[in-house]
Design a protein around this ligand. Structure first.
Ligand code: XIL
Length: 371
């Protein structure tokens, strides 16, 4: 009989720990969310300490918003709300290809640089949005003519330039945005036409080559309303994983409304999470004016319904394993500046802060979802 004394056992446990712990840290990019800077004694802390609650203080995963750079520069209440509540930022527009790529080898960085510097100064993470999106292709690329290799070359140049510039400063990228249609087929775009469906692999491979540590996401909408689409997205993700194409996460845009059943929201998040990838609720907003009534005003009934949807979505993310909860991002900051009224051509109030930056019922729905 083998006899193990308590001391021997303790010794063995220690040896295993010494060998195993460094290995866990070595797996970083694979299963650990990048650390969120902790509040300390910098200027940002004055704002953070001005209130006992704030999303970034109470949440175990990052909260963020899609920002408008000129509002960030010019509106102090907007800026202070962002600093107080968020620890993850997305550019609503300034990191898209149409905004950055002025011509071959010509780039406009000023606004993207501003956002990155702002995030660093305020201890926030940046989620890059988006390297390749069919709807943000500059005219010089639409008009480009060349062989398949020429097209690969311009894709490679662009991704290398952008990801390379922000290497180590941007923690994650939406590498590819909206490449799948509601019927589950691949969307047509200039990259698919000129390179073939292989362009998808290349986007992820080029991004990985430019920054070995940045987290790479596939981002899309519709998980909550189309089972065909979410199945196709999961198939794409699992195919990429199986073939060794680098992908770390799925972004679920979730532009949704108060009429969307709670079950659909939960199913969307849980289905995406079944891939094992990190999950980012990447562009969340809740429409309340579902009939597009030009005379509608925001009222208590709409507000309560909206609060419930915010709670359900936040709770569904909260209930995932910690290493899959990448973050929760609103598509905007406050009702005074949301893309929804323009998109649907009617008044609406889709975000957790009202026109004056007050916390709406939706905000308290979010807090309730974090329990
Ligand atoms: C939208 C912006 O909010 C608008 O300001 C812009 O005019 C068009 O793009 N899905 C996405 C986002 O991935 O990039 C889109 O953002 C909204 C839909």
């Amino acid at each position: 009989m083998i006899f193990i004394t308590k001391t021997t056992l303790l010794f063995r446990v220690l040896i295993v720990a010494v060998l195993f712990v460094p290995f866990c840290f070595a797996c970083k990019g694979d299963d650990v969310i990048p650390p969120i800077p902790k509040p300390g004694t910098d200027p940002v802390d004055t704002i953070l300490n001005s209130d006992t609650i704030s999303l970034r203080k109470v949440s175990p995963f990052p909260f963020g918003g899609a920002l408008n750079i000129s509002t960030l520069k010019n509106n102090t209440t907007y800026r202070n709300t962002v600093i107080k509540e968020f620890n993850s930022l997305t550019a609503e527009n300034v990191m898209k290809m149409k905004n950055i790529s002025l011509g071959r080898g010509q780039y406009y960085w000023t606004d993207a640089d501003y956002l990155v510097a702002f995030a660093q100064a305020n201890k926030m993470r940046i989620h890059g949005h988006a390297l390749v999106w069919y709807n943000s292709t500059p005219t010089w690329i639409t008009n480009f003519t060349g062989t398949k290799d020429d097209w690969k070359a311009i894709l490679h140049e662009y991704i290398t330039a952008v990801v390379g510039r922000y290497k180590g400063k941007i923690q994650s990228w939406d590498v590819l945005n909206e490449a799948i249609l509601d019927d589950g087929t691949f969307r047509d775009c200039v990259w698919k036409q000129n390179i073939g469906i292989e362009y998808i692999d290349l986007c992820f491979q080029y991004a990985r080559e430019a920054d070995p540590n940045v987290l790479l996401f596939y981002n899309d909408y519709g998980h909550e309303y189309s089972s065909t689409k979410r199945t196709a997205i999961n198939k794409l993700a699992t195919d990429l994983i199986a073939r060794g194409v680098p992908i770390d996460g799925l972004g679920l845009q979730m532009h949704t409304s108060i009429t969307r059943p709670d079950a659909d929201i939960k199913t969307a998040i849980n289905t995406a999470a079944s891939t094992g990838l990190k999950i980012h609720i990447s562009e969340f907003d809740i429409r309340t004016n579902t009939a597009a009534d030009p005379n509608l005003t925001f009222n208590a009934t709409l507000s309560a319904a909206q609060k419930q949807k915010y709670k359900v979505a936040v709770k569904a993310l909260f209930d995932l394993p910690a290493n899959q909860r990448y973050g929760f991002t609103f598509w905007g900051v406050y009702d005074g500046q949301s893309w929804i009224p323009t998109e649907y051509n009617c008044p609406d109030w889709p975000l957790p802060f009202d026109n004056e930056f007050n916390r709406k019922d939706a905000y308290y729905g979010i807090l309730a979802g974090l329990k």
